[in-house]
Design a protein around this ligand. Structure first.
Ligand SMILES: *Cc1c(COP(=O)(O)O)cnc(C)c1O
Length: 470
């Protein structure tokens, strides 16, 4: 299987090389040149498989023999294990809970950091460790986080022998739960940097470091763990198949509603559909940072100022993975995407061609949910069912209810985080007490922390990294 860039100029790469690469050299994002396609009979034959068995069926064709089957099975087993203390807390890995007639939430928060990013980053951590051992190579991971990505990446890489991971978070600007989840991981290869700046400053430092990696010792390179990394998208395709099979697919179609930020999660749903899974509706659920909703409804993909919402993991101005979607919507014309993206960089605006817009509207519905509506949904779902939604999931549930075309098709709302991660929204929805952390994390606030506070100065950050690399 070959991987190609959305901007058409970078060389195509093998699977393993794609995993170790961030952006393509032409500024694009990598995608498989062709997608595996499964027949309805084949998908039907997977009913009843465990999450791990199903993950192997879905992931193996993307790896196309580069990793022997037996090794891949081990990687998957290690990534989605329920061993005590680490890994997932539910034997189904991605359990479904019914919230209304023909409406379910898919609990993707049963992993070690209580958010869906564990699905991708547990796998990516084990995959990196495997590939790097084989190649006798060491790498440096550098990432910026406003919360969820950092903790999931740290959990995914804490046992990787050949990875030093540096995560920058804005000093005193992430929630206590999120900071503790990152800084209480004390393995030697894990380094938390609390930058005296905001999230954008963190991101700019990471971008500048990727652009010029000469500060790294000889033989080291930076690897990206944000959702531009293809392996993350790939791992997320599995739970679309898993939940559809549980609700009668592929014999009947299902729909999904996805709380969307960088468009990584819902892109995996679109790919599942292209691989043969019958999906009727894919609902893009946004908060007030609604560039994707404006794009689908009004062909308005223009930059607007960032709004700080009660669903911070979806607070984005631009969705980086949307470029992969644009590539497909415009007939996989790399030159076209390159010029569109360059124009967007200059003007802050981008519009789809008429045919691309029609295709996008046939594939996706969209709905925007503001903070007040988010609180209202958390409250009303709790009143009806005593089930507590986190604010991101609540946005997905509300968008599903508003954008739904058919009451006969099962609607699966992706639950992207556990409510205990976001007590502010939950309190505003009338819960007197903060939702309890799951048992394995109940001692989180007593755990020892380690992090380095550093000024907003690129040279100082890079010098710290140099001094810590093993
Ligand atoms: C990252 C995240 C999202 C957004 O996912 P994307 O793949 O960026 O669209 C939604 N909810 C939670 C809780 C997240 O952590």
């Amino acid at each position: 299987m070959k991987y190609i860039s959305t901007r058409g100029e970078a060389p195509s790469l093998s699977f393993e090389d794609v995993v170790l690469t961030g952006l393509a050299s032409d500024g694009g994002l990598y995608l498989p040149e062709t997608l595996p396609n499964f027949s309805q009979e084949e998908i039907a034959s997977w009913a009843g498989l465990s999450y791990q068995e199903l993950a192997f069926k879905i992931i193996a064709p993307f790896i196309d023999g580069e990793i022997p089957d037996a090794d891949l099975k081990q990687l998957i087993a290690a990534s989605y294990s329920t061993k005590t203390g680490k890994g997932f807390r539910h034997s189904a890995i991605a359990p479904l809970v019914q919230t209304a007639h023909n409406e379910w939430v898919l609990e993707l928060f049963q992993g070690p950091t209580l958010a869906f990013k564990d699905f991708a980053l547990q796998f990516l951590g084990h995959l990196l460790d495997y590939v790097l051992k084989k190649r006798k190579q060491k790498v440096v991971i550098m990432g910026a986080t406003s919360g969820d990505t950092g903790s999931a990446a740290i959990e995914g890489c804490r046992d990787c022998e050949n990875v030093d991971i540096f995560i920058l978070h804005p000093y005193q600007r992430v929630s206590d739960v999120q900071r503790k989840q990152m800084t209480s991981v004390l393995e030697k290869n894990v380094h938390n940097i609390a930058l005296q700046g905001n999230f954008d400053d963190c991101q700019n430092m990471v971008k500048a470091s990727f652009a010029d990696q000469s500060f790294l010792p000889e033989g080291r390179q930076l690897v990206a763990v944000n959702s531009i990394n293809w392996a993350r998208i790939m791992a997320q395709i599995v739970y679309y198949f898993y939940s559809a099979l549980a609700l009668g697919g592929p014999h009947r179609a299902v729909s999904f509603s996805v709380p969307t930020g960088n468009f990584g999660d819902i892109l995996a749903g679109y790919i599942a559909k292209k691989m043969g899974l019958p999906i009727e509706q894919l609902v893009i659920a946004t908060n007030s940072n609604d560039i994707l909703h404006r794009c689908i409804s009004d062909n308005d993909h223009s930059l607007q100022e960032l709004v700080h919402s009660l669903s911070p993991s979806m607070d984005i101005m631009v969705s980086s993975n949307f470029e992969r979607m644009l590539f497909d919507l415009h007939g996989r014309d790399g030159a076209k995407i390159k010029s569109m993206m360059e124009q967007f960089k200059q003007s802050g605006e981008l519009s789809l061609s008429e045919s691309a817009l029609q295709k996008a509207r046939a594939l996706f519905s969209s709905y925007k949910v503001d903070d007040q509506e988010t609180i209202d949904v958390i409250r009303s779902v709790f009143d009806e069912t005593e089930y507590l939604l986190d604010p991101h999931t609540a946005i997905g549930v509300q968008a599903a209810r508003k954008a739904r075309r058919s009451a006969d098709t099962p609607m699966i709302c992706l639950a992207t985080a556990h409510p205990a991660k976001f007590p502010e929204a939950v309190n505003k929805a009338g819960q007197q007490e903060d939702p309890a952390l799951p048992h394995h994390m109940s001692d989180l606030f007593e755990r020892e922390e380690r992090y380095q506070v550093i000024e907003k100065d690129l040279a100082k950050v890079q010098r710290y990294i140099q001094s810590q690399i093993s």
